[in-house]
Design a protein around this ligand. Structure first.
Ligand code: GDP
Length: 360
């Protein structure tokens, strides 16, 4: 499933953010056991379409698309050389589909910074350096073997070449996510090595609440990580929001000029960074969102519900959410010619409301 690993230096607000994410009742309502392990939590992708769909179908339940977050502790300066808990973070981070780096930009003098000064750019470099060093160690261990294999087997030559090119890029201080494409490295060739920096990166800047409205300040931070995506929030405020009734939470957000919780933005940006989208199903039992990669075909989408649906796929009855809502009911949407029968080559669109027809 979709898992986002949270990393960052100590004292930047990772736990505060993680707790706010996983204790958020609004998000976690449909995942009663939201905290699976102390450091893993599941939250639902916020989707205002689902409750409306549930109303239309008189569904008993709303089930949003799940996103898992893992609080990955132990990534400190020197971790790749055995500092702190050493490489203990590696196992957790390998399972993550994306890496979310939390960066301190808040100024509170009562919270000690491990390096004694608040510098988002330096902190990002520290963390990225550790991740790159971990990848370099993996590559240096694998390269002699890969080169041997390349001499014996033609099909291994491209893997060995990609690994050598990756090591060169990392030695220049560039992550594979940022630089592989430009360097002509096919990261698919490197899959077996489970490298960390091939994963998509996104950044959360934990800023003071007064700075959330300071566009110039936020732009400076955004420029450090571009073209990766940046989300800005005050983790302390986010952690206060979760204990408030909805109305008061909204008022607090408005008072600091935020249209929605930063947590919602983070989940959505995570989704986008990973190239994912959702389609919807609805009935009396549940209104539900299902996660698929952008570009997935109708049978592939059916396979997310059950592999039998993909194997026995015949066709899909599809109406876009907007058309369905505009028509007011499925039968009106049909009468208006908005409901389509799509075959196995149909490429799914975000917000398609679907019923699959299949052989069992
Ligand atoms: P972690 O080590 O990265 O998990 O950091 P924590 O979440 O434990 O936070 C470290 C300290 O910073 C705690 O005392 C938090 O209350 C505080 N803190 C976290 N986020 C913020 C913030 O946005 N503003 C302020 N002023 N303090 C924060």
């Amino acid at each position: 499933s979709l898992t986002i690993g949270i990393v960052g230096l100590p004292n930047v607000g990772k736990s505060t953010l993680f707790n706010a994410l996983t204790k958020n009742d609004v998000l976690a309502a449909n995942y009663p056991f939201a905290t699976i392990e102390p450091n893993v939590g599941v939250v639902g992708l916020p989707d205002p379409r689902l409750p409306k769909l549930a109303e239309l179908y008189d569904s008993q339940k709303v089930i949003p698309a799940p996103v898992s977050f893992v609080d990955i502790a132990g990534l400190v300066r020197g971790a790749s050389k055995g500092q702190g808990r050493g490489n203990a973070f590696l196992a957790n981070i390998r399972d993550a589909s994306a890496i979310c780096q939390v960066v301190r930009a808040f100024s509170d003098p009562n919270v000690v910074h491990v390096d004694g000064k608040i510098s988002p750019a330096d902190d990002i470099e520290t963390i990225n350096t550790e991740l790159m060093l971990a990848d370099l160690q993996t590559l240096e261990k694998a390269l002699p073997r890969l080169e041997k294999e390349a001499k014996l087997r033609k099909d291994r030559a491209s893997v060995a070449a990609a690994a050598a090119a990756a090591a060169k890029l990392l030695n220049e201080g560039v992550t594979l996510y940022a630089g592989a494409a430009a360097a002509g490295i096919d990261v698919a060739e490197l899959r077996e090595l489970h490298l960390l920096t091939t994963k998509p990166f996104l950044y959360v800047f934990n800023v003071d609440e007064e700075e959330l409205a300071n566009a110039e300040f936020l732009d400076e931070l955004r420029a450090i990580v571009a073209p990766a995506e940046a989300v800005f929030m005050d983790a302390k405020v986010e952690s206060e929001l979760i204990d408030l009734p909805e109305e008061e939470a909204r008022e607090l957000l408005e008072s600091i000029g935020q249209p929605e919780p930063g947590l919602h933005q983070l989940i959505r940006v995570g989704f986008r960074t990973l190239g994912l989208q959702t389609y919807l199903t609805a009935g009396p039992k549940e209104a539900r969102a299902w996660t698929i990669p952008v570009g997935a075909t109708a049978p592939e989408a059916a396979g997310v519900i059950h592999s039998d649906f993909q194997r026995g796929f015949i066709k899909a009855e599809i109406v876009s959410y907007d058309d369905l809502m505009a028509a007011g009911s499925m039968s009106s949407a049909k009468a208006a010619g908005k409901v389509r029968m799509e075959g196995k080559d149909y490429v799914m669109r975000d917000g398609d409301v679907v019923e699959f027809r299949f052989n069992v």
